[in-house]
Design a protein around this ligand. Sequence first.
Ligand code: CP
Length: 303
Amino acid sequence: VPHLLGIKYINEADIQLIFETADHFKEIINRPIKKVPSLRDITIANLFFENSTRTRLSFELAEKRLSADVVNFSAAQSSVKKGETLIDTVNNILSMKVDMVVMRHPNPGAGVFLSKNVKASIVNAGDGAHEHPTQALLDSYSIRERLGDVAGKNVVIVGDILHSRVALSNIFALKLQGANVKVCGPKTLIPKYITSLGVEVETNLQKAIEWCDVANMLRIQNERLDISYFPSTREYVQQYGLTKPMLDRLDKEIVIMHPGPINRGVEITSDVADSEQAIILDQVENGVAVRMAVIYLLASKIK
Ligand code: CP
């Protein structure tokens, strides 16, 4: 059964195929009639065991624009609260003839675990601090759209690298496509293994933005932070908050990205987030086309 569990499990040719397919779907969803009949015979369950706004709505819209039947499951309102296990939950849902499961879960490896225990195509919509593959795909797609290509570009990922599935999936995706990648943040929020992935560490944000073509500003994940890891929010803002004067000091215009949700005034100020050089809402727009491509390509292998 085909899955998308992480960027770690795919290759550069897979990424290019997803992007070419997403180009096609992006053109379609900008037409007055945004829908295609491609997946009329496919049923997809979106299982969210953790909060989400963008990913959840984006997957649901992508599925509906492909004409799939869609059911949504939120753990907070389900029998998980009565003690039902993940495998029992999913197998009960699959008994209702579901072909594909899109799952967000707080535990790293939840998608891989599920793929080994149930007979359905699994798409990882974020598993703890492990991977968020469709986020990395839409991020690279958005860089390609703004700068023409990902290969050879200097990309810095700023912030809480330690707890970030977005950082890990982006590192895998960017390296596969030939980008140069640095991470930037307090040493306490950068895991030691990161250099083994071919990534350089820069602890000075001004130097990092002088080097880069693209800065991807991550959210500080207060829900995953042990306070001992962390400089205070005020210290973080002083050292790693991206502001307009910092960008104005550069002799070039860099592209600003953020996966959302934004902590305005922490990792990024509002005037930067809302500026022309930020492509944050383009990322969200592209997420629907990229997820349509992922689902379409997986479904074409099921049927
Ligand atoms: N970027 C992202 O995953 O946002 P949500 O948590 O709102 O889905």
